[in-house]
Design a protein around this ligand. Structure first.
Ligand code: SAH
Ligand code: SF4
Ligand code: F3S
Length: 436
């Protein structure tokens, strides 16, 4: 399995690995030993798609050595390109979109039997996420993602996702609860509910889904034994007061909120079709902080959207100082197939995009470091992730606010264990702690 892209893809890869496992396949990290290679692709920016295309070439060489090898391309590039991928790369055996992942074993069998490529990229408006119970055989021993919805109906003008993952559909509440309960009963301590816009969970297009996202959070949090609950990603327009209240009402809900702002300029936000103004965004941030003053905020920012002027960019820079995010993922705008903004005039040059991106990242790094430095002296609860890359007896964990903390301990620790740690130092990407 080779996986690019977001958490949705990571989870889809786990599901595909489990399904192949149920058909007697074992995972290997040696591609030259593999009978089936699955490349789960991402198309969010041009660069991501190119990474996928260049990796297909590597597997072409492997296929020359092992004619039994089945090469399956899944994910958002597969959905986007469909059968046309086979015209350019006829050595690919399976092209299948994100809705087809549950059919992978039968597609592999069909490719072997029929000795011809299989294409499964129909995006059905009636798609339902099938019931699925996870196995704990692979992956981290203490935490899991749970997919709670698929697709997206927001059509931000820069974004390919509504075209690669189809219409937004919420997964059945009963199925999510069955999966969450089984995971916690088997010892999983932390769950992250994932979707492209989890805030709108339950607004399913056919009314089958009656629970809201806050109701889902409360139900999952009530599962006995769950230590930490997280979710991602949220659209600011769907961030409700009820969801904000969850941060004081649900003790296991971690004080971290990823709230993509994209731009600080209202003109740009409108052209992006984001459906909020920077004022309403900042107002929601303020209200969220009233409920949870210690909440850590992170964001996504696009630099150089078509028509972005110096003033528009200055407005984005101001947002960094107004919000003071713990972290920001910033990207140069990239034209995507089908996305409306690809046809917008006044494209920003690569030079200007690079220059603005560098300036933004310098400022954000200063803020991220300053916010880490204020942690020094505090005691925080840390969930062990595993051994840190540093020398022996060094362990790495995460705070509820999702900050990485490295600390020393002579004993062997297990991922998922909780410790109270005193923060003694701050680096750009992590904190240093001492166990107490
Ligand atoms: N559904 C999520 C995440 C979408 S993809 C959300 O709405 O927040 C993750 C991030 O990639 C986006 O938030 C955006 O900042 C960035 N992105 C999406 N399309 C892009 C494009 N065409 N060019 C550059 N960045 C893009
Ligand atoms: Fe893309 Fe916008 Fe949907 Fe996020 S909300 S996946 S950025 S269309
Ligand atoms: Fe990429 Fe598709 Fe996720 S485009 S970010 S893998 S939804």
């Amino acid at each position: 399995m080779e996986t690019f892209g977001c958490q949705m893809n990571e989870r889809d890869s786990e599901i595909m690995a489990q399904l192949l496992g149920e058909h007697s396949y074992l995972q290997t990290d040696k591609p030259d030993k593999a009978d089936v290679v699955v490349v789960n692709t991402c198309s969010i920016r041009g660069k991501a798609a190119h990474k996928a295309y260049s990796c297909f070439g590597r597997y072409k060489k492997l296929k020359a050595k092992n004619p039994r090898l089945i090469l399956a391309v899944t994910g958002c590039v597969a959905q986007q390109d469909g059968a046309s991928l086979l015209e350019r790369m006829p050595y690919i055996d399976i092209v299948m979109g994100p809705q087809a992942i549950y059919a992978l074993p039968s597609l592999v069998a069909a490719a072997r039997r029929e000795k011809k490529p299989q294409v499964a990229t129909d995006l059905s408006v009636d798609f339902i996420i099938p019931p699925f119970l996870p196995s704990l055989a692979d992956g981290a021993p203490h935490k899991r993602f749970i997919t709670i919805m698929q697709g997206c109906d927001n059509f931000c003008t820069y974004c390919v996702v509504p075209y690669t993952r189809g219409r937004e559909i919420s997964r059945s509440f009963t199925d999510i609860m069955a999966e969450a309960t089984q995971l916690v009963n088997q010892g999983i301590q932390e769950l992250t509910l994932i979707g492209q816009n989890v805030n709108s969970y339950g607004k399913g297009r056919d009314g089958r889904q009656s629970k809201s996202f806050p109701e889902l959070l409360r139900s999952v949090a009530a599962i006995d034994g769950l230590q930490r609950l997280r979710f991602t990603t949220s659209h600011p327009k769907d961030l409700s007061e009820e969801l904000m209240r969850c941060f004081i009402e649900i003790p296991s809900l971690c004080p971290h909120f990823h709230l993509p702002v994209q731009s600080g300029s209202n003109i740009i936000l409108q052209r992006m079709n984001r459906k909020y103004t920077i004022e309403t965004y900042l107002d929601k941030v303020a209200r969220l902080r009233k409920y949870r003053p210690d909440i850590a905020l992170t964001t996504d920012i696009i630099i150089g959207f078509p028509g972005e002027t110096d003033d528009d960019f200055a407005a984005t820079m101001q947002v960094l100082d107004k919000v003071r995010y713990h972290g920001a993922y910033s990207f140069k705008y990239s034209d995507r197939p089908n996305a409306k903004a690809a046809d917008f005039p006044d494209k920003v040059t690569e030079e200007i995009k690079s220059e603005r991106l560098a300036r933004l990242q310098v400022r954000q790094n200063e803020i991220s470091l300053a916010l880490k430095q204020v942690e020094i002296g505090k005691t925080v609860e840390v969930m062990v992730e595993g051994a840190s890359k540093a020398p022996d007896n060094q362990w790495s964990g995460r705070t509820g606010a999702n900050q990485i903390v490295n600390f020393a301990c002579a004993a062997k620790l297990t991922p998922g264990q909780l410790f109270v740690v005193k923060i003694v130092d701050a680096c750009q990407n992590s904190l240093r702690g001492q166990m107490i």
